[in-house]
Design a protein around this ligand. Structure first.
Ligand code: FUL
Length: 480
């Protein structure tokens, strides 16, 4: 009798479990684990440093003497302190720019720090920066220019071997590289071992990227590859730090390849039905140039300009890769440091108190009426929980009631992107004088969307999702 009763209880429990509402099926493509980690970084720094810093150039010809490289007070710990305080999570260093000068003592070339005056040729910038990153808890990334205006073999297959040997060297000596930047620029003319000529390459085939990427993957399977067309992350199509207001993380790589003309618009917006998850990365410099030039000290972007860039990159679901070039001392210049401090202050001031956190949220629908997908998940402060609807419901709304009437300036929204990017069009309503008013209309959300609105005094905000590729899946909304 007892046994039968127990069996009954087990069967009952099992049938309850079976009734549990399943999560929405992913809308493909979805990000890899490494891409998800990349999205969460939000702000990384780019560091352009080479002989150009000392010759006042942007693109070194490749004939610069290595002896010019001599940062007299080189201190990457200073860079990292500034970056960490400003909220950056990673740093990508130009280990070699187009001039071919290597910031580490590569055994494959004489054109490197080993022939500089700096530390009598005994120094290694890449090592010191990678160590400083580790110390500060920031991730380290590598930029290794495929175009090399110094190398005598550039344009032949020997050079491609050289390039791959350098990658092997770098990945063996400086492990835990989170991102690898393959620049698309290939200007043509250069020193090329003294030939001083124009060398054209077949951009599509010359580098044989699949083989190179496989080589890097065999050394570090988690690395994210940046190039104009990915495969990890894509170029945003401009150097202003601005992704499209509509920004799909998806794109079809067969419509793109590095160096192909006229693809900037596509890169900037992505494609709603793209076949691969290749999010856009917004690279932009804090100064007009990528390298340090004393005459640009007065042209360093202001904290307000950086904040605008933040809204147009991170605020549109992309990642901000902000270049901060060290000066001839080998330090972040005081102008840049002050600007970054001001930028941090602005971020802290504008996003000080999330008025939505732990507030009541109601919705006109939620998935299977299962609490697991209830609108409360939107303001619970947990990025792993989400509100969703039944599969067939692709338009729905939810309402957030603030604890007190407040002046609202920003609405931050996040989709749960492990299940794919979905929302195509939505409205933000605010309850003003007893009725709903539309204070913003926008298209995509993705990893994060920040909407800056005309400040309004309200205690209720409603998000109306008008169209979505599939049932919406929203993990977080913040209100400031
Ligand atoms: C470009 C390069 O030519 C610039 O010098 C800089 O490195 C920028 C990030 O990418 O393609």
């Amino acid at each position: 009798m007892k046994k039968i009763f127990l069996l009954g209880v087990i069967l009952l429990l099992l049938s309850c479990r079976a009734k549990k509402v399943l999560p929405p099926a992913p809308v493909l493509p979805i990000p890899t684990v490494a891409q998800l980690q990349w999205h969460r970084m939000e702000m990384n720094a780019f560091v352009h440093f080479t002989t150009n810093t000392f010759t006042d150039k942007e693109w070194g010809y490749g004939d610069e003497s290595p002896t010019v490289f001599n940062p007299s007070a080189f201190d990457p710990v200073q860079w990292l302190t500034v970056l960490k305080e400003a909220g950056f999570k990673g740093l990508i260093l130009t280990c070699k720019h187009h001039d071919g000068f290597c910031l580490w003592p590569s055994k494959y070339t004489e054109h490197s720090v080993k022939n500089s005056r700096w530390k009598n040729g005994k120094g290694d910038v890449v090592h010191d920066v990678a160590e400083a990153c580790k110390l500060a808890g920031l991730k380290f990334g590598i930029y290794l220019s495929p175009w090399d205006r110094n190398h005598k073999d550039y344009g032949t297959s020997d050079y491609v071997d050289y390039y791959r040997n350098q990658l092997k060297e770098l990945f063996a000596q400086y492990p835990d590289v989170f991102e690898m930047w393959f620049d698309g620029a290939n200007g043509g003319d250069g020193f090329y071992g003294g030939k001083r000529e124009i060398r054209k390459i077949d951009r599509k085939n010359y580098y044989d990227w699949p083989t190179t990427l496989n080589l890097v993957r065999s050394m570090d399977s988690n690395v994210i590859f940046f190039s104009d067309a990915g495969p990890g992350v894509r170029w945003v199509g401009n150097e202003r730090g601005e992704v499209g207001e509509t920004n799909w993380n998806m794109i079809s790589p067969d419509t793109l390849y590095a160096g192909k003309g006229g693809i900037e618009k596509l890169l900037n917006k992505g494609s709603e039905n793209g076949t691969h998850w290749i999010p856009a990365e917004c690279d932009v410099s804090i100064r007009p140039g990528w390298f340090y030039h004393a005459q640009e000290d007065s042209l360093v972007k202001t904290p307000e300009q950086l904040f605008e860039i933040y809204l147009k990159s991170v605020g549109r679901g992309s990642l901000l890769l902000l270049n901060v070039p060290p000066d001839r001392l080998g330090l972040f210049n005081e102008h840049d440091v002050q600007s970054l401090k001001g930028f941090r202050q602005l971020l802290d001031q504008e996003f000080k108190t999330n008025l939505a956190l732990h507030t009541d949220v109601t919705s006109n629908a939620f998935r299977g009426n299962d609490e697991m997908y209830s609108p409360k998940m939107i303001t619970d402060g947990d990025s792993e929980t989400y509100w969703s609807t039944n599969d067939e419901t692709t338009s729905a709304n939810f309402e957030i009631e603030l604890k007190n009437p407040s002046l609202v300036k920003y609405i931050v929204l996040q989709e749960y992107i492990p299940l794919g990017q979905r929302v195509k069009l939505f409205l933000v309503n605010a309850w003003i004088n007893g009725q709903w008013k539309t204070v913003a209309k926008a298209t995509t959300i993705g990893y994060k969307r920040i909407l800056k609105i005309e400040p309004v005094e309200t205690y209720k905000i409603r998000i109306v999702i008008l169209t979505s590729k599939a049932c919406p899946v929203i993990s977080n909304v913040e209100i400031y």
